[in-house]
Design a protein around this ligand. Structure first.
Ligand code: CTP
Ligand code: MG
Length: 231
């Protein structure tokens, strides 16, 4: 199933404490966002990639893309205050298509196989999101004490990519904007207009580079993949 990818890349990376957008930090010789873009570059089902970027970072991002000869980036939109605004800005400029896949530029280890399953599920069901089962026991707290232990069987940690039929995502995003609703992911916006969202099991490697320890984890993931290739 062919799709258009939207990559929000306009954050500040505050939790990384690097003094600049974490996506520009190098991970084994390449900026984080380039690792992410390369996954889509290599996926024949990806028709185009649109990036939401901060105006002042557009030149450096664009020149890196050009230098590496990446062909799939079709255009840019100005990122907004919230991630949701950045996604909306992209959605407003992309040409109409069948399936849109939203993916954090800060998740460079997403697998092609998961992307394929998400795009297919979105075409069939309308909406599909990547997630992994919760490994730890999860408890609710009240005033320092456990108030409840939640049944882990039904709990998932949700990631991106999140894939949608184009018209559905447009409606969900517009409705949220009109009513001032701020969600933590695109699926929430689809859920609130009554859409059923399918969960596609992803991998624990699909981490979001968020805090400094994620860079160490990220390097280890790349090193183990390299070793696998050399076998
Ligand atoms: N993002 C965006 N526009 C925003 C905020 C975030 O496009 N206004 C993007 C980030 O660049 C990132 C993805 O959304 O690729 C996930 O966001 P997050 O991991 O929270 O990144 P930051 O917001 O940059 O980090 P922090 O929250 O630590 O400041
Ligand atoms: Mg953020």
């Amino acid at each position: 199933m062919n799709y258009t990818a939207i990559l929000p890349a306009a954050g500040s990376g505050r939790r990384m404490k690097a003094g600049k957008n974490k996506l520009l930090l190098e991970l084994s010789g390449k900026p984080v966002f380039i690792h992410t873009l390369e996954v889509f570059e290599q996926d024949p089902a990806c028709e185009a990639v649109w990036l939401a970027v901060k105006q002042e970072e557009r030149d450096v991002i664009e020149s890196e893309i050009r230098r590496l000869g990446l062909k799939k980036v079709a255009g840019f939109a100005d990122g907004g205050t919230e991630r949701q605004d950045s996604v909306r800005a992209c959605l407003e400029v992309i040409p109409e298509c069948e399936v849109v896949l939203v993916h954090d530029a800060a998740r460079p280890f997403v697998s092609q196989e998961v992307i394929t399953r998400l795009a297919e599920a979105a075409q069939e069901q309308g909406a599909a999101i990547a997630g992994v089962r919760v490994k730890d026991t999860i408890k609710k707290e009240k005033e320092g004490f456990v108030s409840e232990t939640i049944d882990r069987e039904s709990l998932w940690m949700i990631q991106t990519p999140q894939a949608f039929r184009y018209g559905l995502l447009l409606e969900a995003v517009k409705s949220a904007a009109e009513q001032g609703f701020l969600g933590t992911d695109e699926a929430m916006l689809a859920e609130r207009i009554g859409q059923r969202v399918q969960i596609v099991e992803s991998s624990y490697e699909n981490i979001k580079i968020t805090t400094p320890d994620d860079l160490i984890h990220g390097k280890a993931i790349l090193a183990s993949r390299q070793q696998e290739e050399e076998k």
